[in-house]
Design a protein around this ligand. Structure first.
Ligand code: HEC
Ligand code: HEC
Ligand code: HEC
Length: 424
């Protein structure tokens, strides 16, 4: 018995050492570099472009606050994390940082003083950003007006507020990584892979997370975004958001304008298009499209014949609600209006197994992003106060079963649960 205990203690100590080493072991002190010559305007412009590709501003700007001055709260299942001030203020921002410290933050998720950062900052993806791109980002951020706004203290529950918990998390789910181009692929495919897996951090939403907020692998196979009730569909599955069967033009149109003849982007994806992908150069959007189109297809397992069927009374009620509230925009046959209202017939956003986004859009309405390609988008009104839970369930069941759509009914309970949980 004593021996067992001893062995257990030795194993624990070894594990502790491993966690420590993998997080702090290689702390080669990052020294202050001598101040370099001011960067060229081209370099600053390049950094600004890369910051768009990484959507850095969206997270690092508080609603109504100065750009990049931080303070935006991000809800996680473990508490609230506040994004940092990235303006070049010497006390509150990154004014006193060296370029090496900045690179280390992107590549290893460590702050200036070596503190481990929370992976809400998608360093699990920015770790693949090249050194040259990191430097351009740094030069751009240093060109902004400094804002003296101190960082806010995160509000996380124990033990998640400890560096030890982060160290364990990182041992399980994070390895610093370099992007390695695949010589068997075209330069265009590799550029797309670099943008999607790195700066674009698409997998931060489009990959499932476990109870510890970790994701295994970079497979873009879809996941529920914690705390938001939005489901980021699989970018590999044909019955979700896989684009293997789309034309390159449809994909680039979706990423640069927010709409396409296949459907419109919603919720968090509308923000990605609004703040990031609409600004990318045509060559970069195309590269992403080529990469997404070539993702290995994931198996789709639901056989429509095995799905539960909706009762006739529900379908009848849903049909009447559809006529009254939806058909004027989405069409009698769910065909939509090209360029204005997305079709609902044959639309995977309607038929995919997860119903979270459907409930979101019907309860809260929405606007596709305003983009150069679609400057004055038509919106959808919210129905949260007009329709009861049973109504929403019936109308969604109807659109999922109508016009050759074949998807399972939606229950009143699902609507009630989503209505009562926080929406951001
Ligand atoms: C999804 C939201 C999100 C995005 C996108 C994002 N960040 Fe952050 N970032 C955060 C949060 C939250 C923190 C604070 C983490 C912490 O304190 O543990 C942070 C911290 C940082 C830090 C460390 C600052 C410090 O004082 O320690 C740097 C540097 C940084 N981000 C740079 C960037 C850059 C550059 C980009 C774009 C390529 C970017 N971030 C994109 C959320 C984000
Ligand atoms: C902040 C979370 C988030 C990030 C980051 C994100 N997505 Fe999404 N994405 C979503 C959600 C949620 C949806 C489902 C809503 C919708 O259909 O627009 C979605 C939907 C999509 C769709 C399907 C749209 C349609 O109408 O069929 C594509 C394609 C897509 N995302 C690609 C990307 C790419 C490429 C990136 C990286 C540049 C990315 N996403 C980054 C959350 C995100
Ligand atoms: C005034 C016109 C209008 C009405 C009425 C309307 N919608 Fe919409 N609907 C839209 C627009 C515009 C969008 C795109 C919203 C976005 O991108 O955020 C949309 C999006 C959707 C989507 C998501 C489609 C996709 O491709 O992602 C669904 C599902 C939907 N509506 C269902 C309904 C239902 C059900 C009703 C009736 C209860 C309804 N709509 C009523 C205009 C309308």
């Amino acid at each position: 018995m004593k021996r067992l205990l001893l062995i257990a203690l030795v194993v624990l100590a070894a594990l502790g050492g491993l966690v420590w080493l993998s997080n702090f072991g290689d702390d080669t002190r990052v020294h202050e570099a001598a101040p370099a010559a001011p960067p060229s305007p081209e370099q600053v412009a390049r950094g600004a472009y890369l910051a768009r590709a990484g959507n850095c501003m969206l997270c690092h700007t508080e609603r109504g606050g100065a750009a990049y001055a931080g303070g935006r709260p991000m809800e996680t299942p473990f508490g609230t994390v506040y994004a940092s001030n990235l303006t070049p203020d010497a006390q509150a921002g990154i004014g006193a940082w060296s370029v090496a410290q900045f690179r280390r933050a992107l590549h290893e998720g460590r702050s200036r003083d070596g503190r481990l950062l929370y992976p809400v900052f998608p360093y699990t993806h920015t770790t693949r950003v090249t050194g040259a791109d990191a430097d351009a980002l740094f030069d751009y951020l240093r060109s902004l007006p400094p804002v003296n706004k101190p960082n806010r203290q995160h509000r996380l529950r124990w033990p998640y507020n400890t560096q030890a918990a982060l160290a364990v998390w990182r041992t399980l789910y994070f390895r610093p990584e370099k992007f390695v181009a695949d010589p068997a692929r075209t330069p265009e495919w590799n550029r797309g892979a670099y943008l999607v897996q790195g700066l674009g951090h698409c997998g931060a939403c489009h990959t499932a997370r476990n109870a510890l907020g970790g994701s295994e692998g970079m497979d873009l196979s879809g996941g529920l975004i914690p705390m938001q009730n939005w489901y980021a569909p699989s970018l590999a599955a044909d019955n979700e958001a896989g684009v293997a069967s789309w034309s390159i033009e449809d994909i680039t149109q979706l990423l640069s304008t927010g709409t396409s003849r296949r459907g419109a982007v919603l919720g968090p994806m509308a923000e990605v298009v609004l703040h990031s992908t609409q600004y990318l150069e045509p060559g970069d959007v195309r590269a992403m499209a080529v990469y997404l189109q070539g993702l290995p297809p994931a198996p789709t397992d639901t056989d429509p014949r095995e799905l539960p069927r909706a009762g006739a009374a529900t379908l009848d009620r849903g049909g009447r609600l559809y006529e009254r509230h939806c058909a004027s925009c989405h069409g009698e046959q769910g065909q939509g209006v090209p360029g204005a209202y997305p079709p609902l017939a044959g639309n995977r956003a309607v038929t995919m197994p997860s119903t979270s986004n459907l409930v979101q859009v019907v309860l809260h309405g929405g606007f596709p992003p305003a983009t150069r390609g679609n400057p004055r988008p038509f919106g959808m009104p919210p129905f949260a106060t007009t329709l009861s839970d049973a109504d929403v369930a019936a109308v969604l069941t109807y659109i999922r079963a109508g016009w050759n759509n074949r998807a399972a009914p939606v229950s009143e309970l699902e609507i009630a649960q989503q209505r009562s949980s926080v929406r951001r």
